[in-house]
Design a protein around this ligand. Structure first.
Ligand code: ZN
Length: 213
C-alpha cells in the first residue's frame, strides 16, 4: 500500500502512505474506481464507499499511528475533477502547513512525493537508532548461552558477566559521545536508553563536553 523503510527490521512497524481524507474528516488507504472505502464497522460488509468528489485531500500517515501533514485538494480542481484521485499524479495542491502553502505544481512535486518526504522525517531518526539485525541476534544468542552457563556453572558465568559489565559502561559513554558529536540531542540519547533527557545529560555530559573542549 505504501512506503517501507529499507532494512533493519522496521518493515512491520512502519509503513507510510498518503491516505485519502473525506469531507467528514475520515481517512482511508483503500480505494476503487468509484471512491475510497472507509471502515465504519468491524466487518468489510459494513464499510462505506465515499465517492471521489467527497474526497477533500490527503494526509501523510504511518501504520504505527503517526500522522503527518495534510494536503488540501484545491477547490477549482475538485469541481472539475470528479474521477479517481491518484497521489502519484496529483499536482497543484496545497499543504495546510503555512510554511509550504504554495501550489505543489510550482516545485514540480506530486502529493505522493511531498507526503513521502514528510513521512521520511518520521522514520529516518528511527532507522538511525535501529541496531543491525545480525548484531542484535548475536547478542541475544550470547546472553542466552551465558544464562544456560549460569545454571550449570554459575561461577564461570559470573566471570564472563564481570568482564561484560566492565566493557558496557565504557562503551555506553563512548557511544553517547559519538552520538553527541553526530548531532544527537540529549532527548534522543535519553529516549534510546530509556531515561529522561536530564538523566542522560547528567550521566554523560562530563565525558562528552570534555572531549569537545
Ligand atoms: Zn511509523
Amino acid at each position: 500500500m505504501g512506503w517501507i523503510v529499507e532494512g533493519e527490521g522496521l518493515y512491520e512497524a512502519h509503513e507510510g502512505y498518503a491516505a485519502f481524507v473525506t469531507a467528514d474528516g475520515q481517512t482511508s488507504g483503500t480505494s476503487s474506481t468509484v471512491g475510497v472505502t472507509t471502515q465504519m464497522g468491524r466487518t468489510s460488509a459494513q464499510d462505506t464507499v465515499v465517492p471521489w468528489w467527497q474526497v477533500v485531500g490527503w494526509q501523510t500517515m504511518c501504520v504505527c499511528g503517526w500522522v503527518g501533514k495534510r494536503w488540501e485538494r484545491s477547490s477549482t480542481r475538485s469541481v472539475q475533477h470528479e474521477g479517481a484521485l491518484d497521489a502519484d499524479d496529483a499536482r497543484g495542491y496545497h499543504a495546510e502547513d503555512a510554511e509550504i502553502l504554495v501550489p505543489i505544481a510550482d516545485s514540480g512535486t506530486t502529493v505522493a512525493a511531498a507526503a513521502y518526504t514528510d513521512w521520511k522525517t518520521h522514520v529516518d531518526p528511527l532507522a538511525a537508532a535501529a541496531p543491525p539485525e545480525r548484531l542484535a541476534g548475536e547478542l541475544t544468542a550470547v546472553l542466552d548461552d551465558v544464562a544456560t552457563l549460569a545454571d550449570d556453572r554459575p561461577l564461570a558465568a559470573l566471570v564472563l558477566l564481570r568482564q561484560a559489565a566492565g566493557r558496557v559502561d565504557a562503551l555506553t559513554h563512548a557511544a553517547a559521545r559519538a552520538a553527541r558529536a553526530n548531532g544527537a540531542t540529549w532527548e534522543q540519547i535519553g529516549q534510546t536508553l530509556g531515561v529522561s533527557r536530564q538523566a542522560a545529560a547528567e550521566r554523560f555530559s562530563r565525558t562528552t563536553e570534555r572531549t569537545f573542549q
